[in-house]
Design a protein around this ligand. Structure first.
Ligand SMILES: [Mg+2]
Length: 258
């Protein structure tokens, strides 16, 4: 096995809490780019993240799904609300597909709209955009600590790389690698990294991603940690296989002892 060591991190929900930014950027994408006849965007909507949006966030795999969810929440009729969200959640992927079809949307186009929305805010007022993200300082310090131990760090996100990079730079964090959705699936990236590095751990808040890593023979040896502070569904914390450990923010120190 390679003597070069690396520690991997998911970005959203692990390094930063970006809930306000997800809502803001998704809403702005609805307002500026989506051109839907079913919505009108009131500026007051930007002020507060709806609970239904917060509760849907653990299900989101790709950014475009957030535009779709925001659209369902702000529709003038048949809105997605707290009292009917369970139906949506129970058939999440089918519902996303159905809504794409009904509106003749293409997922890639929605993803581009989200990127455009972020780019628009960055060009207009970079500081305000960055301030919509709340970093988890324990993780930031942990990443710095790894660097001092000459352990490399890699960030694997389903966001566009450029956006994660801008926020990390603001936080004074410069990982060796940042992989965005442009680099392919997380499992594909992990497989590739195992060829060069000994991966000491992967901290992620999407349980399904960790399960995939554990099920694949090329990546199953990677120690996987589910971030307790991230966007978890309540049920994620239970029935964890022995191979995936629930990690608390105040237990990070123990990982450096590896
Ligand atoms: Mg995440």
């Amino acid at each position: 096995m390679s003597s070069q060591k690396i520690f991997l991190f998911d970005f959203d929900g692990v390094i930063v809490d970006g809930m306000q930014e997800y809502w803001h950027s998704s809403l702005l994408a609805c307002e500026r780019y989506l051109n839907s006849p079913y919505i009108s965007v009131d500026q007051k909507l930007y002020k507060r993240v709806p609970n239904s949006f917060k509760e849907m966030r653990p299900l989101v795999k790709y950014g475009w799904e957030m535009i779709l969810i925001a659209h369902e929440i702000i529709k003038s009729e048949n809105q997605l609300k707290n009292d009917n969200k369970d139906d949506f959640i129970n058939n999440y992927h089918q519902n996303c597909q159905r809504i794409l079809n009904e509106n003749s949307w293409i997922a890639e186009d929605l993803q581009k709209m989200l990127d455009q929305s972020r780019k628009y805010q960055i060009d207009k007022d970079f500081k305000s955009w960055v301030n919509l993200h709340n970093p988890f300082f324990e993780i930031i310090n942990f990443m710095k600590k790894l660097r001092r131990k000459e352990i490399k760090t890699g960030v694997i996100t389903t966001k566009g790389k450029i956006f994660a990079e801008k926020i990390l730079k603001q936080l004074n964090i410069f990982p060796e690698y940042i992989f965005g959705y442009e680099s392919g699936t997380k499992i594909k990236i992990a497989k590739k990294l195992t060829k060069t590095y000994e991966i000491l751990g992967f901290i992620e808040d999407r349980k399904k991603t960790l399960i995939e890593i554990k099920k694949n023979s090329e990546t199953s040896h990677i120690p996987c940690f589910l971030a307790d502070w991230g966007y978890l569904k309540e049920s994620d914390r239970y029935n964890l296989s022995n191979e995936i450990k629930l990690l608390k923010l105040d237990k990070l120190e123990e990982l450096v002892a590896i």
